[in-house]
Ligand binder design. Structure first.
Ligand SMILES: [Zn+2]
Length: 441
């Protein structure tokens, strides 16, 4: 390319980029300004109309009014809810191995296809990999996903690959599991025990041993319901404060007692600090249990999906649909957002997430609350009708737009010059940013 033409083009682009802010490139206070939305930020006790400004991937300001002329990009989000990016601590995303009938394989999904479109910016894989295959999982999925992916490491060395592996007590080793946690402490947030069919407490005890050594919680899917190891003992004696009981409204492990009331041991566990997580999944959420729990005031600590190939098109569907179910059960939107952001972030010891504090990573969801006649189904295909439904309009991950349902960040095409190309700017847009260098002639 002719040098002069190149220089002219570069200068023109620079002027174009900087013209929106009189202060110039280096002094731009904000990359992205979300203006006029109803912010729900439970950590900071905010539920009201605020502007949210983002700079260099972090929350830069939250205030009743911020000057639009100081931002590279301003988006009108009035009438919408602006929340921290949703945190889903129970998903299965170890796709890619090709193993059939395995959560370290075909039962899992690739995270990015199921997250940003419903406002989720952080997930935690719930034990698909154990210490033997974790590094492969990390290399193939965690390190490549645009979604922030954490993991609960399975106490089973081989991971979540079916009964042959998951009932093998000999492969539930404390030392190598703890060692793997310490090697990847930045992404491993807990230990998972799941699906165990035997009468022993060994899987839970080994998981707790690793959790204590490393200083992380365990997440329990308690497997078969055995009289030798009742959930009442699990909640009141075996689990530590901060440990997470997932599938808490399944009803298949005595969550309700014979009278149909909530098992008093659930309350006793909560009093001790045990965490109760939804983990909806394909077979872990029943209306009789959820309605009774909510009626008695037993709200889940965290709302999570248990996303996998069996739940994604069944009653669970996606994170927002599970959140909608709790709106239908009578929780306020603020209650639901708390349990989908700040609570799960704290449960996995990532207090930098799930909030919009100045300086926090700029993961943001912009949601629309629709009113209408909707229906929500449980694990048995039974329906509960509701009048509210959350829709994700916009998702921001690390300060950049990664999903925009109705193009609210975009210019109308017929206002653009003829032959227009990418309309975004890499300071706020991860979808269609202009190339960093001019395209070759
Ligand atoms: Zn699961």
């Amino acid at each position: 390319m002719n040098k002069c033409v190149f220089c002219f083009y570069a200068l023109a682009m620079l002027l174009l980029f900087t013209s929106v802010t009189p202060l110039g490139l280096s002094q731009t206070p904000y990359d992205l300004l979300l203006q006029g939305g109803h912010v729900i930020d439970p950590k900071n006790n905010i539920s009201g109309v605020r502007d949210v400004a983002i700079l260099s991937g972090r929350i830069a300001a939250v205030a009743e009014h911020l000057d639009a002329s100081t931002a590279v990009k301003t988006v009108d989000v009035s009438g919408l809810y602006v929340t921290p990016g949703l945190v889903d601590i129970h998903v299965h995303v170890y796709a890619s191995t090709g193993e059939r009938n395995s959560y370290a394989g075909d039962n899992s999904v690739f995270p990015d296809g199921f997250t940003f479109r419903v406002g989720v910016t952080t997930v935690a894989d719930a034990g698909c990999a154990g210490w033997r295959n974790f590094e492969e999982f990390k290399e193939h999925i965690i390190d490549r996903a645009h979604t922030r992916v954490f993991a609960f490491l399975n106490i089973v060395g081989a991971g979540m690959r079916g009964p042959k592996y998951e009932n093998n007590l000999a492969d539930m080793e404390v030392a190598p599991t703890a060692e793997m946690c310490l090697r990847h402490r930045d992404v491993i947030v807990g230990i998972k025990t799941a699906h165990y069919a035997g009468p022993e407490w060994t899987p839970v005890e080994r998981a707790v041993e690793v959790g204590t050594k490393v200083g992380i919680p365990i997440m329990v899917d308690f497997g078969a319901n055995r009289p030798e190891r009742p959930t009442s003992i699990l909640w009141t004696e075996k689990m530590r404060p901060g440990d997470i009981y997932t599938h808490c409204f399944s009803g298949i492990r005595n969550e309700l007692d014979d009278s149909g009331r909530l098992n008093p041991a659930m309350w006793a566990g909560r009093k001790r600090g045990v965490i109760f997580d939804v983990g909806h999944g394909g077979g872990s959420f029943a209306w009789p249990v959820a309605t009774e729990a909510i009626k008695e005031g037993f709200y889940p600590d965290s709302i999570s999906t248990d996303l996998h190939i069996g739940s994604m098109n069944a009653g669970m569907k996606d994170m927002l649909n599970v959140m909608d179910k709790f709106l239908a059960l009578g929780l306020s939107l603020d209650d639901v957002i708390l349990r989908s952001t700040w609570n799960p972030a704290r449960e996995i010891q990532h207090q930098e997430l799930g909030n919009l504090t100045v300086g926090a990573p700029a993961d943001v969801a912009v949601l629309r609350l629709e009113n209408g006649d909707f229906g929500f189904t449980d694990m048995y295909g039974a329906r509960l009708r509701g009048t509210k439904k959350l829709i994700c309009e916009l998702t921001v991950r690390n300060g950049k737009v990664v999903y925009d349902l109705n193009g609210i960040t975009r210019p109308d095409w017929n206002t653009l010059p003829k032959g227009y190309r990418q309309t975004g700017d890499s300071r706020w847009d991860a979808v269609t940013p202009r190339p960093a260098t001019p395209p070759p002639k």
